[in-house]
Design a protein around this ligand. Structure first.
Ligand code: SF4
Length: 488
């Protein structure tokens, strides 16, 4: 054989590819409905296949010249004698998915004060009244926190000021920013600052400082005025008016894309999904993150209560998402951020950087919290738990414990190891594992151990509910699928 013909194998080579000479690569499956399964592999590639096809596949009875076999082979579910590089490709994709681990801890939350002039219904941090200055971070603590942060090997560092209301201790915010900037002249890391604030105390001085130091603003907006004010009571009943005015002024001073908002879904929100979305559109945001309430404080007291809440939240979420998709179909571009993160996991090989859905969990190795009193916590939820009297995830104390000691302590490593979803009961067999994560703090708080019992876990219920809904839309609703694919 010579010339062009030499580049091709003879027809008989392809005819011979029938029968049962293929091997399965690691895969998992889960019923989508009565007749179809979601099948996923190690790196989160997915196919939705008829039940009979999956049965034939796992019995090694799938014809190798069928369209389903070609799809499964292309997506690394099977290998045969003709797939020399398949395993190397799979390994490369797995490494890409886990690339977030190479960054190490990059998010540092500085709790500048526990003082706050709001008394939000879902506040989990035992906020203190405005006059109690003993709940402010001191200069010594701030100095130790900055030194500790720069011990992280991460090339990028995000400094997030949290409260209480972080702006009530603005002097310490200024001090930390100056100290970080000075230190970074030598360190040369990519540093980003964010102030989480309810915007009520926002002054022109705050805005000038934020503009001068390229600081982002993150605020809370729970929905329309009556709902926001109900969820976030304060003296004067003007939380909504102050938030909306603060968003306007901050955008004018910093730029529209420098101001973001987060909502929290309370029971009062469940009846108003469309109004909440419409409020975000009316305020000029191009996305919303539909967040369920954190299971700390009241909700922890009964596991049944948190499961009921999650079922109600899922109904709320699906109604809001459907409304957002309708808006897009009517020409209003608008995204739901939780769906966008999960779709990125389903449809691309890239990691998302979203710490609530990663394994190993994000505690400590992705984010750390420096409390106003010098305590170091593994996550924001860990300090909420501590405010309820449970210090399980307190990792150390600034000025006393070294970075290396904290990051290699059993207090951090044991829950990380125990909870990795690749190896824990139910998750290790779950088709949605590549899109899910581990949350040892949540499971410790709600079920008493870091691993959790997934059949009654509200974390599991939430991920299962949202991922199955999204895959159902991708499969069965072409118009919705077109919108959802545009968010990735
Ligand atoms: S938590 Fe639930 S959805 Fe997530 S991997 Fe485990 S079993 Fe699957």
């Amino acid at each position: 054989m010579s010339g062009l013909k030499a580049a091709f194998r003879p027809r008989s080579h392809f005819n011979a590819r029938s029968g049962n000479r293929y091997s399965l690569l690691p895969l998992r499956f889960l019923a989508l409905d009565d007749s179809r399964y979601i099948v996923t592999n190690l790196v989160g590639e997915h196919l939705v296949l008829p039940r009979e096809t999956v049965h034939a596949l796992v019995r090694h009875e799938l014809p190798m010249n069928s369209a389903a076999y070609a799809e499964l082979k292309a997506s690394h579910f099977v290998v045969d004698a003709d797939s020399a590089v398949a395993l190397d490709l799979l390994a490369l994709k797995y490494r890409t998915k886990q690339a977030f681990l190479s960054q190490f801890t990059s998010l540092f939350m500085f709790v500048t004060t526990l003082r706050c002039e709001h008394s939000c219904r879902y506040c989990q941090v035992s906020r203190q009244s405005e006059s109690k200055h003993e709940f402010d971070m001191t200069v010594e603590t701030a100095k130790a926190a900055v030194d500790f942060m720069f011990k992280s090997p991460s090339p990028s560092l995000k400094v997030e000021f949290q409260g209480g209301e972080s702006l009530l201790n603005f002097e310490i915010v200024k001090h930390i920013v100056a100290r970080v900037e000075e230190r970074n002249l030598q360190e040369r890391r990519a540093v980003e600052f964010v102030i989480a604030t309810n915007l009520a105390p926002l002054s022109e001085e705050h805005l000038r400082f934020c503009a001068d130091h390229h600081i982002l603003i993150s605020t809370s907006l729970d929905g329309p005025e009556s709902l926001h004010n109900f969820n976030r009571p304060k003296k004067g009943k003007d939380s909504y008016a102050l938030a909306v005015d603060g968003i306007r002024r901050a955008r004018a001073a910093l730029g529209k894309d420098r101001v973001s908002a987060l909502m929290t879904t309370t029971e009062a929100s469940f009846e108003r999904p469309k109004e909440i979305v419409d409020e975000y559109v009316a305020q000029g945001f191009d996305s919303i993150f539909l967040r369920s309430i954190s299971p700390y404080g009241f909700a922890v007291k009964t596991g049944q209560a948190s499961r009921y809440q999650m079922a109600a939240w899922l109904d709320f979420y699906k109604t809001a998402l459907s409304h957002i998709i309708d808006l897009n179909l009517r020409g209003v571009p608008f995204r739901e951020e939780f769906a966008s993160l999960i779709l990125r996991k389903i449809l691309t090989p890239w990691p998302t950087g979203y710490v609530d859905l990663q394994s190993p969990a994000g505690i400590g190795i992705s984010a750390l919290v420096f409390n106003y009193d010098g305590a170091i916590y593994a996550s924001d939820e860990s300090r909420m738990l501590a405010e309820m009297g449970d210090q399980t995830f307190r990792l150390g104390t600034l000025g006393i414990d070294e970075f290396e000691t904290v990051m290699t302590s059993d207090r951090l490593l044991q829950p990380l190891l125990d909870s990795m979803s690749e190896g824990v009961p139910m998750c290790s067999d779950c088709a949605l594992q590549p899109y899910c994560g581990a949350d040892p703090v949540h499971h410790h708080a709600t079920q008493g151990n870091s691993v959790g019992f997934k059949p009654t876990s509200s974390y599991c219920q939430k991920t299962m509910g949202v991922v199955r809904h999204l895959i159902g839309l991708l499969e069965d609703d072409p118009a919705a699928a077109h919108v959802l694919r545009g968010w990735v």
